[in-house]
Design a protein around this ligand. Structure first.
Ligand code: ADP
Ligand code: MG
Length: 283
């Protein structure tokens, strides 16, 4: 059949094919951009380039959205809204470096330690968002929810599947380790998760407890030692001790950072941690 004899046919077929090819942006935009290009005297290769570039940008945006949805964030937070002056103990340069997500490529871990309300979850979420934007798969959970999920999966004989899923994400965030003591089985299941991810993927843990108190959550000293050994082998520690941001906000108080705070924030080296004592040191 000669082209153009049945008016509307090419458009209908094109729409069908573009749907088959899963190119919704091309379908939505090709006509509008064609008219713009005709108006501007833009040639065919450049027309196609504009269209394909738009499709690429759109696809990337949709993939980021999909990764954010799959990660199950309790809220979306970014570093743009994080006030570093409110928490001088936190090494700002290290956080900014971590937001580049190279630690995920190196399969290194991050542990944020500090009292309640100091922004640990906020920073965890912000790093997780950065990871989604850079193309990494992410999962966010709390220690209590994770253990609950693991126990439930074990009872329903689907533990292996869950463990495999947890192992496959590139960044796993385990928030709030320390608020609730775990049962011996719960502690063992959590240990297995960290152990299975060891040197295979990055894990970010936040805790209100210093390392020496982790035994009170995990129950056994042997298990805590083995867990910390794996978790802290390649680790960046974020020290987040300070006043609760919530309380400070409600009290309406703020103190400007001192020169000493700024000096500390300018240090870019990662801290290393002694798993025995939990003491941190800079190389
Ligand atoms: P934590 O997990 O350490 O208990 P959160 O991250 O939940 O603390 O912080 C409590 C609330 O205060 C959150 O709404 C968080 O976004 C906000 N917040 C904490 N620290 C900061 C900060 N330095 N700048 C901006 N918001 C902050
Ligand atoms: Mg928190």
């Amino acid at each position: 059949m000669p082209a153009g004899t049945t008016s509307g046919t090419p458009q209908v077929l094109l729409a069908h094919h573009l749907k088959q090819l899963k190119l919704p942006t091309v379908l939505r935009e090709y006509d509008k951009i064609a008219r713009e290009c005709a108006r501007d005297g833009v040639d065919h290769p450049r027309y196609l380039l504009r269209l394909v570039e738009l499709a690429l940008i759109d696809r990337e945006r949709r993939m980021v959205e999909r990764r954010i949805k799959a990660a199950r964030f309790p809220a979306v937070k970014s570093l743009d809204t994080f006030d570093f002056t409110a928490i001088p103990s936190l090494n700002k340069m290290l956080v900014l470096e971590l937001a580049r997500c190279e630690f995920i490529l190196r399969r290194e871990n991050v542990i944020a330690l500090g009292n309640s309300g100091t922004g640990k979850t906020h920073v965890g979420l912000a790093l997780a968002l950065a990871a989604c934007q850079k193309g990494f798969t992410v999962a966010f959970t709390t220690a209590a929810a994770l253990v609950h999920q693991l126990m439930e999966a074990r009872d329903e004989r689907r533990l292996l599947k869950l463990q495999r899923d947890l192992q496959s994400v590139m960044l796993l965030i385990v928030d709030e380790l320390g608020y609730l003591p775990l049962s011996p089985t719960g502690a063992e299941l959590l240990f297995e998760v960290f152990s299975q991810r060891y040197e295979r993927g990055s894990t970010l843990v936040t805790s209100n407890l210093p390392f020496e108190d982790w035994t009170s959550v995990l129950g056994s000293e042997r298990l805590t030692g083995a867990l910390l050994d794996r978790l802290t082998h390649h680790v960046h520690i974020l020290t987040m001790n300070g006043d609760s941001y919530r309380l400070k906000q409600s009290a309406g108080r703020r103190r400007p950072p001192t020169a000493a705070d700024r000096a500390e924030q300018n240090q870019t080296t990662a801290e290393t941690v002694d798993p025995e004592t939990g003491e941190t040191s800079k190389p």
